[in-house]
Design a protein around this ligand. Structure first.
Ligand code: MLC
Ligand code: AMP
Length: 475
């Protein structure tokens, strides 16, 4: 039976749902469950209220309200700007001003001047909306660069559909899976893969609230998503990890999975994890496959529709011999449209012949397997799977009256992969501002997850003859 044109959220086809393709547990978040028809009816009612807006902000707490807000916008073809719920004053003001979001949909943070359109969980509408053009922007996702405030990554509906279909293919992901994760709903991983993926494929989603080992174990799903920090906490709790033996696939991404965690996960669960690599700008471009080799330390081969290549600093090709290191460049149908309001940054990120420069360095072996070696810039830090710009944290610390000079780096951390550490020279006039006060200052201005985990008070920063801070000497 045909139910009209393909939809981005295929499982929410109104005719199919009315015709019986309902399930009682389409989305469960932190213990609260929506059936497919609950979700469709309530989200369509959101769509009715929001349809004339162009871009709206959603305070992306892990709640049913957030899912209804996002799905309502996608039904109506309105662009969503997910705002980290823990974002501080500076970061939030930037996201709202830069995105031009017209209203808060759902909950608004205290003190915000934008109007609020409520999301009503029990409202229902069965109006049928035409599927918006695939070129329509679905999201503006804010992500950190090396300097300045975060940039808005514009992701189109067609790109999201292509990206999700490529993952369903690589992971043999079907409506028979039950997806489990507890990731934030303002990034590609938790929101696009973790919510829209489930709604496109039609697999029930269990969002655990917090991604703790116990909550993952209790969820009893078949397909698990997590960042390496969550997997490394999982293997520290063998009893919880052993509950995952009945799963089908454990997927790790957003940061490098340490090899000992890969091996321990295999021992405890019987599953070698799937590793995949992506970015806010590209969605997921590389992955090992459900039916293929899983090699610790390697992130697999290009997913459907993706091509990759390595280039050296002069732009010359680097051989795919499993050893030579080069800048990773990608092409594919799941790439973003550009950075909002930043034609300069957008142009810089593409080569003249149309490849996206990821900023990661990698090796590719003769079979096409990829290993991510690291980032080109020390100023992009990955901590707990979050991308954090050193420059953004430095600017906020320099705004504190006690701080004369600062350098922020990511130092190796067993739990977080990297932890944000700020080396601070205090002003001579400062009367003893503490490390804790400086950490709290960053947590108040930016997102809490961007705060330094450690402040080291020093007398001077190491500088070269040109006066540039030598971050490689800070450890
Ligand atoms: C501590 N807290 C403070 C604070 N100090 N709050 C305010 N001010 C301070 N100074 C509180 C926090 O509010 C929080 O409270 C608690 O301490 C713990 O916070 P945390 O330390 O930040 O949590 P942590 O345990 O470190 O989190 C680990 C984690 C998290 C793995 C759960 O890092 C995480 O969710 N990571 C996922 C990132 C992600 O999804 N990335 C995908 C990017 S997309 P409380 O009460 O709230 O607990 C991408 C593409 C791709 O990369 O490839 O996928
Ligand atoms: P974000 O924009 O938050 O999605 O961060 C993207 C960055 O995360 C990439 O450029 C990589 O540096 C890093 N990353 C994502 N997945 C992996 C992975 N599997 N292994 C290593 N690094 C990864």
């Amino acid at each position: 039976m045909s139910f009209g044109p393909p939809l981005l959220l295929s499982s929410l086809n109104p005719l199919a749902v009315a015709g019986g393709a309902d399930i009682p547990n389409a989305v469960t978040i932190d213990g609260s469950t929506l059936s497919r028809s609950d979700l469709l009816g309530a989200a369509t009612s959101v769509a009715e209220r929001i349809a004339r807006a162009e871009r709206v902000a959603v305070l992306a707490e892990p709640t049913v309200t957030t899912v209804l807000a996002v799905v309502g916008c996608l039904i109506a073809g309105v662009t969503v700007v997910p705002v980290p719920p823990d974002s501080g004053a500076t970061e939030r003001a930037h996201i709202l001003a830069d995105s031009g979001a017209q209203v808060w949909l759902g909950k608004a943070p205290e003190g915000s001047e934008l109007p609020v359109v409520p999301v009503r969980r029990h409202a229902r509408s069965w109006h049928s909306y035409p599927e918006p053009d695939p070129a329509t922007p679905a999201f503006v996702l804010y992500t950190s660069g090396t300097t300045g405030l975060p940039k808005g990554v514009v992701l189109g509906r067609g790109a999201i559909a292509a990206g999700l279909d490529a993952l369903a293919d690589a992971w043999a992901w079907t409506a028979d899976d039950v997806l489990v994760h507890g990731l934030p709903l303002f990034h590609v991983h938790g929101l696009i893969l973790g919510v829209l993926g489930a709604l496109r494929v039609g697999s029930p989603l269990i969002h655990t609230g917090k991604p703790t080992p116990r909550a993952y174990a209790a969820a009893k799903g078949s397909l698990y998503f997590a960042v390496p920090t969550v997997w490394s906490r999982m293997v520290e709790d063998p009893e919880a990890a052993q509950q995952l033996t009945t799963a089908r696939l454990l997927v790790s991404g957003s940061a490098p999975l340490p090899m000992p965690v890969f091996e321990r996960l295999r021992e405890l669960t019987g599953h070698a994890p799937i590793e995949r690599y992506g970015m806010s700008e590209t969605m997921i471009t590389l992955s090992t496959r459900a039916d293929g080799e899983r090699r610790p330390g390697w992130v697999g081969t290009p997913v459907r529709g993706v091509r990759t290549r390595l280039r050296d600093e002069s732009g010359a090709p680097v051989p795919h011999d499993g050893e030579s290191i080069g800048g990773l460049q990608v092409r594919g149908p799941m790439l973003f449209d550009g950075y909002l309001n930043r034609p300069d940054a957008t142009a810089e990120s593409w080569t003249d012949d149309g490849w996206f420069r990821t900023g990661d360095v990698a090796v590719i072996d003769p079979e096409g397997f990829h290993r991510i070696v690291g980032r080109e810039s020390v100023d992009l830090i990955k901590s707990g799977g979050y991308r954090i710009g050193a420059g953004e944290v430095e600017t906020v610390l320099l705004g504190h009256p006690a701080v004369a000079e600062v350098a922020v780096v990511g130092l190796p951390d067993d739990d977080l992969g990297q932890r944000v550490v700020a080396f601070v020279v205090r002003r001579a006039s400062d009367a003893g501002t503490t490390e804790r006060e400086l950490i709290a200052h960053v947590a108040e201005q930016l997102s809490v997850h961007k705060r330094p985990r450690e402040i080291r008070l020093v007398d001077a920063l190491p500088r070269n003859a040109m006066g540039k801070v030598q971050k490689k000497l800070l450890s």
